[in-house]
Write a protein that binds this ligand. Structure first.
Ligand code: FES
Length: 142
């Protein structure tokens, strides 16, 4: 799908960066991972949802990350930026990712959309917590 010149200008006029438009239109990392090590869907206060899928190697490194979403272009591009950033990071490094890191990768968002980065970051933190809780539980099992 391509944007017309006026659609592109509409998005940039309200404050979406070219980078955001690129990630959103390219659907970067949108999808699922077959047999993920963990996945989790989280719905923010605005009602938008991101489901994150992670493949983790040696219980430490995020080898692959994909996501699905129901929400605005800022939620989608935040998911794309997040999944780009986390690939190749250890879980400990990934836990330190902030809204600002996403915003930096996106090269800006309209002011009213700044909160959308939080949806991606919160989903990541909750997904890692789910993975670690699962590992902890399985360490008690035969
Ligand atoms: Fe909900 Fe963008 S408005 S994440």
């Amino acid at each position: 799908m391509k944007l017309t010149k006026s659609e592109f200008e509409l998005l940039t006029d309200v404050g979406y960066s070219v980078k955001v438009i690129e990630l959103y239109m390219g659907r970067v990392n949108v999808g699922v991972i077959e047999n993920p090590d963990v996945n989790l869907a989280y719905t923010g206060q605005c009602g938008d949802t991101i489901q994150l899928h992670l493949k983790i190697s040696n219980n430490t490194m995020i080898e692959d990350a994909k996501f699905q979403y129901i929400g605005c272009p800022a939620a989608a591009s935040s998911g794309s930026a997040l999944t780009k950033i986390v690939k190749g990071k250890t879980l400990e490094e990934a836990k330190k990712i902030t809204d600002q890191d996403i915003l930096h990768e996106l090269k800006g968002l309209p002011k009213v959309k700044l909160h959308c980065t939080k949806l991606a970051v919160t989903t990541l933190k909750k997904t890692i917590r789910k993975y670690e809780n699962g590992r902890e539980k399985s360490s008690y099992l035969e």
